[in-house]
Structure formats: C-alpha cells, structure tokens
Design a protein around this ligand. Structure first.
Ligand SMILES: [Zn+2]
Ligand SMILES: [Zn+2]
Length: 416
C-alpha cells in the first residue's frame, strides 16, 4: 500500500487548500530494503544517519539500511527526553544531511526533535504498529521531568516495513488497534462540536480517517495471528490518521474524549492514586468503550429539555482536591479560555437531535467489547489494573485534562 500525499493535497470543499509535509508513505513487506531508492526519489542526498534503539537494531526480520552513520540508543530506560536528544546530537556527524528514525514512538520523537534542531529532514521507519504519531509535526517529549510538546518536523517519507512490524511484540500491535478505534469517539466529538458551535470541520479529513478505522474494524481479529494483510491495514490506518492531523494542523480528527481519559489516567491525579502500566493505545481503546457506553446511554433521551442546565466549569476547590497540589494549577491554566464559552442550554436543546444521530454512528459498547475480546485487546479498567470504582470520577473529570469541546464535556450540562 502506498499513500501519495497528492491524493489528499489541494483545494477542498471545506474552504482550505490542504498541504501535507509528508510526501509519501510506503506500507509494504520489505520496503526498508529499498530505502535508498525512495530517498533518491524524494531528493534526499548526501550522508545520512540511522537512529535505532538496541531492540529495534536487532528486531526480527530487520535488514539494516546502509547508513553512513548508525546511532544505537540504549533500550533500558529510554525516553524521548533531553538525555536521549543529547546522546544523539553529541554523536551525530556535522555533515549528516538527513536522518532515518528506525524504531517506535520514542525513537521517532527523539529523531524528529534532533532533525528540527539540525535543520535537516528525516525519514520515518516505524518498527511497530503501536501509535498514530509517526507523522506528527511536534515532538512529544519529557523535558527535565515535565511532559512537553516541543517543536519537531514531520517525516518527508514513511517506510513501514510490514515484515518487521508484524513481528513486533503483539501487545504493541493491539495497542495500535486501540488507538485506531478511538477515532470513533474522536470523530463523533469533532462532528458534535461542529454542530453545536460551528467549529471548523473538513469532510475530506473525516472520510479518510473513518475509512481507515472501518478497514481495521473488518480485519482486526487477524492481528493476533500476525497476518500480513491485517497488520498492513492497521499500519495504513495509523499513518493515515497521522496525515489527517497534518492536514488539520492539530489532533482534532484523531483525539477526543477517549484520549482525555487516557491522559487523566496517566496524570495520576490525587483522587485516583493508581498507577497503570497500560500502553497509550490500550488506555485509548478502553476509554473508547467507556465513552461509547455513556454516550449511548444519554442518547436514549429523546427530549433533553428537562435535563439540561447552564454550563459551568468545575469549581476551583473541587479541581484542587481532585487533582492535588502537583496538578491543580496547571489544570486551571489549561481550561482558562473554556472551549464551551458561548454554549447555552438553548443551543444544546436545539442541536440535540443532531447530536443523537452522531452518537448513533459510534459502535455500541457491546459491539466494541465483543470485537476487543475476539482480537485479544484490553477492554476494561480492571484489565489495565485500575479499580472499577474509579469509573464515575474518570467520566466526570477527564474532560478537564484537555480544553477541547467533547461530548464528555457537554455531559456536564446534562443531568441524567
Ligand atoms: Zn478540507
Ligand atoms: Zn493516540
């Protein structure tokens, strides 16, 4: 499978002229062997350095491209942080003209940052279908202990070698499927925000993301058998979702309330003192089921008039006691210019029939749970080591983790 950016670039019915930074994505068995052919095609010449970690350097089926320089980062305690960046920049030859990230999310974020700081392009060579961030334009880093998004660049080219990716630890692949199923609620949130406030919406981006999710829905049961076609389909969807974010200029099409649930769990607020080792896509996948269950329940209400109250953000003392000393100030700061400003009870009542219809497009929690269990994915809070009694708090407080209009935030206006 090949994704050619010219298919999606250009003038669009949404009013914008879309332009992706990534020119081409190749999702095929053995494509890493042809790295030099593809780099030549895209005008990359001169000395290049390949960045690995110790695991990806020796990954099953890995055929290492002939690089002028190889940098292999230690796998133990490797994070996309200032230490990993220093390790790369210290070793990197001065005359290197482009980089190749050969690994997972951490290697990509580190390489993306280093390429940006050197002012040179990079090629993304993911070794696992675990997340949709390979084509991101920003680096998700931990800088001196704090999670930050720092400047980076998008890869000019993606080479996703399915021979390598299908042999990655199965848990990574299933986590990637969780990140993809999260698009069901993310797209619903985007459409609902558009219906309620007129927020910018692009049907081309919506369709490309939805098609990618549906394709994975059809074949995901074969992921656990490391089926080449199914893994390629998943990788295709993850890359397409990343490109949709490039077209959009932000993560709106790919990240909604289900990602906020994942963020909240990761933040470990004071009132939910439970650490989970679950991977990003596992948390997103479970968040999708939890959100689907709650939304379908609320959508059963045909006339919402008697349940709607004016919007208010959570009280400062409530935020303080839920999040604790470490997090409460930054949470208030995040929500300062509230995304729900201007959403009135009357407007919500008026838009309700449309919102119910959009919720109807999200697969039911029963369908998702059945699908996850057939695929071997985690499907509940308990599966991730989080007590089930946290559920009401997770539903209530997760919208405050990010200031983005979602159905979960609208729920604050609904007594039901
Ligand atoms: Zn558009
Ligand atoms: Zn994600």
């Amino acid at each position: 499978m090949i994704i050619d950016s010219t298919q999606y670039n250009g003038p669009c019915s949404c009013g914008y002229c879309h332009e992706m930074a990534t020119k081409e994505a190749v999702i095929e068995p053995g494509c890493l062997k042809q790295l030099s052919r593809y780099t030549r095609k895209h005008g990359l010449t001169g000395k290049f350095a390949a960045i690995y970690d110790e695991n990806t350097y020796c990954a099953v089926n890995m055929v290492r491209p002939q690089a002028d320089q190889e940098i292999v980062l230690p796998a133990r305690n490797l994070h996309a942080d200032e230490k990993a960046v220093a390790l790369v920049l210290r070793q990197l030859d001065k005359d290197v003209r482009y980089l190749a990230a050969i690994g997972g999310g951490t290697i990509h974020d580190t390489t993306r940052y280093c390429a940006h700081s050197r002012g040179i392009p990079f090629v993304a060579c993911p070794t696992a279908a675990s997340v949709d961030g390979f084509c991101s334009t920003i680096s998700a880093m931990t800088w001196n202990g704090f999670k930050k998004t720092l400047p980076g660049i998008a890869p000019i080219l993606v080479l996703a070698d399915i021979d390598i990716i299908k042999e990655a630890p199965l848990r990574l692949t299933l986590s990637g499927a969780g990140d993809i199923f999260g698009k069901y609620t993310a797209l619903a949130d985007w459409k609902i925000a558009h219906a309620l406030t007129g927020e910018y919406f692009c049907p081309r981006i919506e369709t490309m993301t939805r098609d990618a999710v549906e394709a994975v829905h059809q074949c995901c049961e074969k992921l656990s058998q490391r089926d080449t076609e199914a893994v390629a389909q998943l990788m295709y969807a993850l890359i397409l979702s990343g490109l949709a974010m490039q077209m959009m200029g932000n993560s709106r099409p790919a990240s909604g309330c289900e990602h906020h649930i994942s963020h909240l769990i990761e933040m470990e607020p004071a009132a939910l003192p439970s650490h989970s080792d679950a991977l990003h896509g596992e948390k997103v996948g479970v968040g999708t089921i939890l959100a689907s269950e709650e939304f379908h329940r609320i959508a059963e209400i045909e006339d919402i008039t008697s349940c709607v109250k004016p919007y208010t953000f959570l009280g400062e003392s409530e935020i303080r006691s839920f999040y604790g000393e470490r997090l409460w100030r930054s949470t208030l700061e995040e929500n300062k210019n509230d995304c729900m400003a201007g959403v009135t009870a009357g407007k919500l009542i008026l838009t309700w029939p449309q919102i119910r219809q959009i919720i109807g497009e999200i697969p039911s929690p029963t369908e998702l749970t059945r699908l996850y269990s057939k695929t071997g994915m985690k499907s509940s809070l308990e599966d991730m080591g989080i007590p089930a009694e946290y559920l009401p708090a997770i539903l209530k407080y997760s919208p405050s983790a990010r200031n983005r209009l979602t159905m979960m935030r609208i729920r604050w206006m609904i007594d039901a």
